[in-house]
Structure formats: structure tokens, C-alpha cells
Design a protein around this ligand. Structure first.
Ligand SMILES: Nc1ncnc2c1ncn2[C@@H]1O[C@H](COP(=O)(O)OP(=O)(O)OP(=O)(O)O)[C@@H](O)[C@H]1O
Ligand SMILES: [Mg+2]
Length: 308
């Protein structure tokens, strides 16, 4: 049974380009919509918007350009996808690059996203660790990171999550008027012999016990949901558990490894056939894998691993 109280805004990111974020956004959205959830997908991959292609529809005429340039309310930009219950807000922005969005515009976008009247709002982020991308990731109730089982993707994902946590801690310390402390220590990290974010956090707690509780609360709330995509052997699945251990050891954060998708040529084939994968190949093994981790996401559960 789907628990509607579980997070409403889901953001799909992860740092590296091409790991499958957009494919996964479209597939999760299609699956939820098929199960009678009212869903809107938002493509915020500014400059590289291609979510419509995974849904098998033309590039929508309305897009975030209308929001930023003409002030059209975000809810008026949702277009039908041909799948009942599923609409799309396209990210195609002609005049802007991600780093040229002003701070006030960004906050306005976030306010509008939070007011969208849907059971699920699913945000597809672009690759890279730009501050705008990370801030969008941070507004979500569920922060989902997609990673491939290869070293560059793992490194980029680690970098992305570390930056996200750092920004989150900075923002919360700012609320309490302590932002300068974290900036001061990080800028002088050599003097304080701080090698990584975990050590920075420990050092902050040791030096300023009164901010320890703030940091502990933020870190314990900071859950990352991991999806491993394009796996090529059953051994690859265990990389998910290794990633969890790395995030705990070096950043002190909890990650939940919710599932994986195998490498499957029918995924690009369905794009070429202009049909959503979850409709066209609904009985395939990879479609079942997507269903399984979407259910885990809804219920906040992890993948159950069985070692042979
Ligand atoms: N499990 C998979 N097996 C095979 N191909 C896949 C799989 N997942 C995604 N792909 C393919 O990988 C390519 C990249 O996917 P996608 O565009 O979803 O990545 P992305 O993370 O959104 O990239 P970007 O960072 O550029 O936005 C696409 O051609 C897609 O069809
Ligand atoms: Mg993409």
C-alpha cells in the first residue's frame, strides 16, 4: 500500500552526466502514474532538457523559459504526456545557462515547485555539481542519487553528495548565525589539520559544543537514496553497499541503497521507438527492477541483498 505521507518532492541527481537520471525520472513517473498517482515531472536540466524524449513526446512549446522570462506560473507550464496522471514541465531554456539563474529567480522557482498540487513532484537534475543543481536537490523530500558501477561515476557522486551536505550544513548554521564559523574553519583547514568534511564536522563539534546538536540533527536527517544503474554482473550490485559504507565513513551520513537496473539495450531502443520504456517493455527484467526500487522509495525501504 502506498503511503502518501512519504516525501512528495523527489529529486534525481548524482553528479556525473549520462548515468541514467533522466531515464529513471521518466520511468519512476510512468510507473507511479500507471498506479493512479498524480505525478508531475520537472526537467531542470537547463541547456540539456531531454525528458520529453524518454516519454516519447515532442519538445513542449511551453517551458521554464516562460517562467523565468515572462513570469508564467509554474503550474501553467505542465503539459500532458499522453500517459494518464502524468504531466511534464519542460526545462528547455533558450536564453539562460544554469549558472546565470539569479538567486531570487531560484527561490521563486522553489516556492512554485513546493506549491504544485500533485501527489508526486519528480525533479530531473542535470549532471555536474553546480550550486543551482545542488540547491534544487536539497529542496527535495527524497534526494535520490543515480550512479554507475564505475570509478568516475562513484567519484563524481561522492563529490556531489559532499557538496550537497556542506551547503546544507552551511545553510542551517546560517539560520543560527554561525555560518562564518564553518567558512572560517574550512578556509583554514590546513592549519586545523582538517582533511575532509567528516573531520571538519568533528572539529566544529569539538570547538563549539553548542553547534554540535544542530549539526547532528542535520546530518541524521540527511538521507540519500542510491540507485545503481547499468550494472553488468550480479557482483556489481554489491557496489551499492560499498557506497553506503563510504558515505558513512567519510561524511557520516546514512544512505539507503534502494535498487539497481541492469544494462539493457531495450532502453535506448524504446527512446528510438518513441515509447516510454515502462509501457513498451513493461514485462522486461529491467522494468521489474525499476518497479522494485520505486516501491522501496515509496516505503523508505532498502534493497534486501542476499549473498550467495
Ligand atoms: N540501464 C541502462 N542500460 C542501457 N542504457 C541505459 C540505461 N540507463 C540509461 N541508459 C542510456 O544511457 C544514456 C544516458 O541516459 P540519461 O540521458 O537518462 O542520463 P542522464 O544521467 O540523464 O544524463 P545527463 O547527465 O546528460 O542528463 C541514454 O542513451 C539512455 O538510453
Ligand atoms: Mg539527463
Amino acid at each position: 500500500m502506498i503511503d502518501e505521507k512519504e516525501g512528495k518532492i523527489w529529486a534525481i541527481g548524482g553528479g556525473k552526466g549520462g548515468t541514467g537520471k533522466t531515464f529513471i525520472t521518466s520511468s519512476i513517473g510512468t510507473y507511479l502514474a500507471k498506479n493512479r498517482r498524480r505525478v508531475v515531472l520537472i526537467d531542470v536540466d537547463i541547456g540539456g532538457a531531454n525528458l520529453h524524449s524518454f516519454l516519447g513526446i515532442n519538445r513542449p512549446k511551453k517551458s521554464l523559459t516562460n517562467f523565468f522570462d515572462m513570469g508564467t506560473p509554474l503550474k501553467n507550464l505542465a503539459v500532458k504526456t499522453g500517459i494518464g496522471n502524468l504531466s511534464l514541465i519542460s526545462g528547455d531554456i533558450h536564453s539562460l545557462s544554469s549558472d546565470s539563474i539569479k538567486f531570487t529567480q531560484k527561490l521563486k522557482l522553489f516556492r512554485h515547485i513546493m506549491k504544485l498540487n500533485r501527489q508526486y513532484v519528480i525533479i530531473d537534475l542535470g549532471g555536474g555539481s553546480h550550486n543551482n543543481t545542488i540547491d534544487t536537490f536539497l529542496i527535495a523530500d527524497k534526494m535520490i542519487a543515480v550512479v554507475e558501477p564505475e570509478i568516475i561515476a562513484v567519484e563524481n557522486m561522492y563529490h556531489f553528495i559532499k557538496n550537497a551536505l556542506f551547503r546544507k550544513l552551511r545553510m542551517s548554521l546560517k539560520e543560527y548565525g554561525f555560518k562564518e564559523i564553518i567558512d572560517h574553519m574550512w578556509e583554514r583547514r590546513e592549519k586545523y589539520r582538517i582533511k575532509n568534511l567528516r573531520e571538519l564536522i568533528d572539529c566544529l563539534k569539538d570547538s563549539f559544543s553548542y553547534i554540535g546538536d544542530i549539526l547532528d540533527n542535520e546530518i541524521s536527517d540527511f538521507t540519500i537514496y542510491l540507485i545503481l544503474n547499468k550494472i553488468r554482473s550480479s557482483q556489481d550490485i554489491f557496489i551499492g553497499s560499498s557506497l553506503k559504507s563510504i558515505l558513512l565513513k567519510y561524511l557520516g551520513i546514512n544512505a539507503k541503497f534502494v535498487g539497481y537496473i541492469e544494462y539493457d539495450d531495450s532502453i535506448w531502443r524504446s527512446v528510438r521507438e518513441r515509447r516510454p520504456f515502462m509501457l513498451n517493455y513493461s514485462l522486461s527484467r529491467s522494468a521489474k527492477e525499476i518497479e522494485a526500487f520505486t516501491e522501496n522509495l515509496i516505503q523508505g525501504k532498502e534493497l534486501k541483498l542476499m549473498r550467495s
